[in-house]
Each structure stands twice: as C-alpha cells, then as structure tokens.
Design a protein around this ligand. Structure first.
Ligand code: PFF
Length: 464
C-alpha cells in the first residue's frame, strides 16, 4: 500500500480502500452516468475521426488499414480504455497522483508523460481547431474555393496571418472557459447538447453523401483497395495502431482524469463499450461521408491536416448550390468535435496543477491555458512543426504511455482491475487481463519500436 500525500498535508492510504477521499481535482462528480459517457465520447470524437481516419485509409492500405485499425480498437483500445478508467475511478486522483497511488513513486514518470502529451497535443490541436473555425467563417461569408489553385490559396490563407493567431487564442480561451466553469456545469453541459447535435448532423450528411451518384464507386475504389503486401507493411500497422490510440484519446490521461470524477457504482465495462462504439462508429460514418467527396488531392503533399482544408472544400464546391450549406454543416460539426476534445486535453494539466498547487479550478484553468498557448507557438508558426508534433506526441508518446499503462495495470495493480471490473463475465475479464499483461506490452512494444525507427531513420540517412 502506498501513502499519497495531498496538498494541505493530508496523507491518505492508497488503494486498499476503493472509496478513498478524492483529491481536490476530483471532488466534483458527474451529474449522471450518461453525462460522463457523453463527455468521454466528446473527448474521443474529434478531428482524428472526422478526417484522420479517412485520410489514412485513402493514403494507403484501404481495406488492410481499416481491418488493422478495427483490430487495434477491439484488441487493445477497449482493454486499455478500461484500464485507464479503472485507474482514474479507483484512485479518484489526477493523473500524476493516480499513477503514484497504484504503483508507488517510481511510476510518477508515467503521470508526467500523461501531462506532457496532453499539454503538447493541445498546443497544436488548438491551431488546427482555429483553422476549422476560420473555414466555417469563410464559408458562412460565401468564400468557397472552386478550383485547385483557389483551394491551395484557401488553406494558405487559413493557416497564416494575424487572424490565425486570433483564432488560436479564441479556441484556447473557449476551452479554458468550459474547464473553468466546472465538471458538471462546464464540461458535462457542453457535451450534453453538442454530442447529440453532432450525431444528428453526421446522419444528415451521411444520407446526402451516400445517396450521391458515384458514391458506391468511390467506396469500392478507396475502401476495397486490396494488396497483399499492405498487410505486412510496418508503416500501415503503425499508422493503424496510432490512429486507434489518438482517436480514443488513450495514453494522454484524459480518460483517467474524466474517470476520477466517477462514483464507485458506475458500470465501467458498459461505459467503456459505449464510448468505444461511439468513437469508432463516428469515425466510420465520417469515412462514408468524406470518401465520395474526396478527389486525388489527398495524395497532394499537404499532409493530413492540410488536405482537410483543401480536399473537403473542393469536394463541397463541386456540389453546386447545396455546397456552401453542407460545408458549413461539416465544419460546424468538426468545430464542436474539436472543442470537446480540446476540453478533455486541458483537463489533464488542470487536474494535475489543482492537486499539486492546491489552486481553485478557474484560476488553474486560465493559468494552465496560458502556458499551453506558449507551448503551442511553434505549431502556430510552422505547419511542418505542427505535423512533427503530431507524429511525436500524438503518435509515439501516446503509444509509449499506453505500453506503460498496460504494464502498470496488468502487473503492478491487477487486483484493482479485477475488483473494479468484477461485473464482466469471467472469460472476458480473463481476456482483459491477458491483454494488459501480454498482448498489449508485446504489440505496443513492437509498434513503439517501429515508430522510433520511422522517425529516426530519415535523420540517419541525412547524415550518411
Ligand atoms: N481523440 C481526439 C481526436 O480524434 O481528434 C484527439 C484527442 C483527444 C487525443 C483527447 C487525446 C486526448 F486526450
């Protein structure tokens, strides 16, 4: 048993007592189980679903990518989500205190890794969210590019100039305002209207997109791409696993922080299943919406993020009169999804700072967001740095934290997992434990090594 010291000198016995007093950051609870599910789904559903999945499928892999992604979600995503929820709910502490509570001081670095990844991801995520907001504004003002050159200029305009900085600041301010308002009155209230609105808009866009002439041919061309060599391509394997992690928001401590506000009665397995299903379902719906719209520009060297702002407006522009309205709906949807994800990312450093410094929520939210704004400046100033941050923090670091999380919960604290997931049917519980102990460490270790090689190799070739 480890002794956790809370601010104010309150020493607390760690995990034997699962009803232990929550730390300062975790004292506010969710209003209801549904509120938590919607907030956690809001954290998971973001730009990664609305665009990242389609982009990666289209760029290479097609069917192989899709299948590997789904395998990664079911085989690793779901058990690791459960592990993160157990860690948060059982300890009822912010990410750094939670890892120490179950693993002792030597696991503190995992908590710091959560803090690092969530803060740095938020820095560049807010830049892209600012672009989404500006794209929405542009279409509402009737500026829709109609050809390739116009679309290139559209993206350059969104991602440059002083207005980009203003949009970035506004996104961060909005995110801080929601977090500062509180768990129930801020985060939960936002998710309660925004998630249903997002699902309705998504369904509407899907009905329209799937019924377009040529939609089935596009699906066949992109989704049914089949090459045997794709199945063994380490790049596709790595991308599929990274996509699953980023999309579910695993390895950043966000789910842990959200789960620290849960009560002991909440059925974690059911909640995790619904969150995983919603996140994956929205990703697949977005694929079905975007594929018929997408042109060859996806391979045009803009990177995932740039292509969103080039391919999608061009696709909508080709629809004639309905184009602007549909594009406004799409970017509005993307803005909602991005803000709820940004809120979850900010909750991690806010919870850590509240517990370490003993500050109130509002003061912590505004001070933390100021630090995030500074750390995100490189991504604001250079799209290349933005993409590099995404590869490093949204890819390699998340996979690395996931690997450590599986070791912590599978080997150091298996009794907490068994106790908190006792509602699971025994064979499923055994499957979760087997995954946390063996499958996840081995697979994630391999993917982590592949990612490091992929990042380091080009640098070495440059030297040679
Ligand atoms: N899951 C979000 C997306 O797909 O865009 C991104 C994200 C949110 C990553 C929250 C990490 C996180 F903690």
């Amino acid at each position: 048993m480890y002794i956790v010291t809370l601010p104010g000198g309150l020493g607390m016995a760690g995990l034997e007592n699962s009803n232990s007093v929550p730390s300062a950051s975790a004292q506010q609870g969710w209003g209801s189980s549904l509120g938590f599910i919607l907030a956690a789904a809001g954290s998971a559903i973001g730009l990664g679903n609305l665009w990242g999945l389609t982009y990666r499928i289209a760029l290479g892999g097609g069917m192989a990518f899709l299948v590997l992604y789904l395998v990664a979600v079911v085989l690793l995503g779901f058990p690791l989500l459960l592990a993160e929820l157990v860690l948060g709910r059982h300890t009822r502490r912010s990410p750094v205190l939670a890892t120490v509570a179950v693993g002792g001081p030597s696991w503190r670095f995992l908590g710091w890794l959560f803090l690092l990844s969530s803060t740095l991801i938020l820095g560049y995520y807010a830049v892209i969210t600012g672009w989404v907001g500006r794209a929405l504004l542009a279409v509402l003002q009737g500026h829709l590019p109609t050809d390739q050159a116009g679309a290139d200029a559209f993206f350059l305009q969104l991602s440059g100039g002083w207005a980009e900085g203003v949009a970035y600041g506004l996104v961060l301010a909005l995110t801080a305002a929601v977090v500062a308002t509180g768990v129930q009155r801020g985060i939960e209230r936002l998710s309660r209207w925004s998630m249903p609105a997002l699902l309705v808009l998504l369904m509407g866009l899907l009905l329209w997109s799937a019924s377009r002439a040529g939609a089935s041919a596009s699906y066949a061309e992109v989704l049914l791409q089949w090459r045997w060599c794709d199945w063994l391509d380490p790049r596709i394997l790595r991308q599929a696993f990274s996509q699953a992690f980023f999309s579910l928001g695993l390895g950043s401590g966000a789910m842990l922080a959200y789960a620290s506000h849960l009560g002991q009665g909440d059925p974690l397995p059911r909640q995790a299943a619904i969150i995983t299903a919603l996140d994956t379902g929205v990703g697949l719906l977005a694929v079905l919406i975007v594929v018929p719209l997408m042109g060859p520009v996806v391979n045009g060297g803009y990177g995932a993020v740039g292509a969103l702002f080039v391919a999608i407006p061009l696709g909508f522009a080709s629809l004639g009169n309905a184009g602007p309205l549909l594009m406004a709906a799409f970017f509005f949807l993307a803005a909602i999804a991005a803000i709820t994800s940004a809120v979850a990312l900010l909750e991690v450093p806010v919870a850590v700072v509240m517990d370490r410094l003993g500050w109130g929520r509002a003061r912590t939210a505004w001070s933390t967001v100021a630090v995030v704004a500074l750390l995100g400046l490189p991504a604001l100033l250079s799209t290349d740095l933005l993409m590099a941050s995404h590869d490093l923090f949204g890819g390699v670091v998340l996979i690395g934290s996931g690997l450590l999380l599986s070791l912590l919960m599978g080997w150091v604290a298996p009794q907490q997992v068994r106790q908190d997931l006792s509602q699971l049917p025994p064979p499923l519980l055994r499957g979760v434990m087997l995954t946390l102990r063996w499958v996840a460490p081995l697979l994630l270790g391999g993917v982590f090594a592949l990612s490091c090689v992929e990042i380091i190799q080009p640098k070495i070739s440059l030297w040679l």
